[in-house]
Design a binder for this molecule. Structure first.
Ligand code: ATP
Length: 384
């Protein structure tokens, strides 16, 4: 761990044009990515996007149909899982019920010697300490909570001191509160050890919370590989924009552009012409949109709900408007609201489309929605 920039660290695991086909199904489609030493790297995406298959290819449970998996620069083609120096934790706890917790952790050492100068018992104690269950050695695994069992499964996977830790949805069987606690612990253990970790989850919030970098997968391929903040603020594609967090995606035609880097866009589904900022980050760097939008192009852009300011139409007619002079303004009506505690997630009808906004105070009826052109992010440009 430490302060070193992981971008400078050597490559620990590399996928180079890796595909995996099962009969007519392409589970993993020409994936190339590099995971750095010490990095917490997450594969996230909807069910069936190929996350688990990618992880199994790295672990060695599957061999690619084409392409190469490398560990520290060396191909591992044909190398079985037990010779890849990986520790693996699965969704199901998979602890042996007839063994004590200590015996379960020691089992992780069965195919390996403990690190030099340490006895097996000392190693087990060390690992139980690491996962914050120092007194659990003699307990029966079934007497532990689901989250505790997963920590023991992690201790077992870490016992031989693997180079790489692979985690496949280790929290998905737990309830929400346990999941949050466990993910903080997984993160702590990972940074304490500085171990290269590849994590699979379908939960985008979890991915953002724990990772150094995230690969957002769709249809067998990552659409964006970037740090959580970048994925959230500058989604590379429409899929990423909509999969990660709530978003409002607009499509329309560029009808004008200013010297200040603003576009006028006639949006589909509304009468409004909206102004969209294209600053240095206006166009996604690493995916679909590879050119700056120009007049007469069709574009898609997104605005996060928290960047939409809402005022009731009455207020807006008075002094306190949702959209200060120079901002965009849309007229919409409240359709439904979900109270979330800190904020309320409000769905608005805007023409025959919906907009998502966040509100603190209750909203009802006709509203005006404003946003700063600089808070719009262009995700796609189509030359016409
Ligand atoms: P989930 O979260 O549902 O596990 P995933 O993103 O991990 O999804 P994979 O399990 O990698 O996705 O599966 C990707 C695709 O490959 C799916 O269409 C799946 O049905 C198919 N697939 C995976 N393993 C096999 C297999 N052994 N035989 C045939 N098809 C498979």
């Amino acid at each position: 761990a430490g302060d070193a920039d992981p971008a400078d660290a050597p490559v620990a695991v590399e996928l180079d044009g890796v595909s995996k086909r099962y009969g007519g199904t392409t589970a993993v489609d020409d994936v190339s990515l590099r995971v750095r030493e010490g990095e917490f790297f997450t594969l996230v995406g909807p069910s069936g996007c190929g996350k688990t298959t990618t992880l199994r290819l790295i672990a060695g449970f599957e061999e690619p149909t084409s392409g190469t998996v490398r560990f520290a620069g060396e191909s591992v083609a044909g190398v079985p899982p037990e010779d890849r120096d990986v520790g693996v934790v699965f969704q199901s706890y998979a602890l042996f019920p007839h063994m004590t917790v200590g015996e379960n952790v020691a089992y992780g050492l069965n195919f390996a010697d403990p690190p030099a100068g340490v006895t097996r018992d000392e190693r087990v104690a060390e690992l139980l300490e690491l996962v914050d269950l120092p007194d659990a050695a003699d307990r029966d695994p079934e007497s532990l909570s689901g989250g505790q069992q997963q920590r023991i499964a992690m201790a077992r996977a870490l016992a031989p001191g693997p180079d790489v830790l692979l985690l496949d949805e280790p929290m998905s069987a737990l309830d929400a509160r346990l999941r949050e606690r466990l993910r903080a612990q997984v993160k702590r253990i990972q940074s304490e050890l500085g171990i290269t970790t590849i994590y699979v989850t379908h939960d985008q919030e979890e991915a953002l919370a724990v990772s150094d970098r995230v690969a957002v997968m769709n249809d067998g391929n990552p659409e964006q590989v970037a740090p959580p903040r970048t994925v959230y603020r500058e989604p590379a594609t429409r899929f990423v924009a909509e999969f990660v967090g709530d978003n409002n995606v607009f499509a329309g035609r560029v009808t004008g552009s200013s010297d200040e880097g603003e576009l006028a866009v006639d949006v589909d589904g509304g009468d409004e012409t909206l102004r969209v900022g294209v600053g240095s980050d206006g166009v996604a760097g690493d995916a679909a949109a590879t050119r700056s939008p120009e007049v007469s192009d069709r574009i898609a852009f997104c605005v996060r709900p928290e960047h939409l300011r809402v005022a009731s139409a009455d207020e807006a007619a008075g002094h306190e408007t949702a959209a200060p002079a120079g901002e965009n303004a849309l007229r919409a009506t409240v359709a439904s609201a979900e109270f979330l505690g800190e904020t309320t997630r409000v769905t608005l009808d805007w023409g025959d489309r919906e907009l998502l906004v966040r509100a603190v105070d209750p909203l009802d009826g006709a509203v005006t929605v404003g946003f700063d052109p600089g808070d719009a992010h262009v995700i796609d440009v189509d030359q016409r």
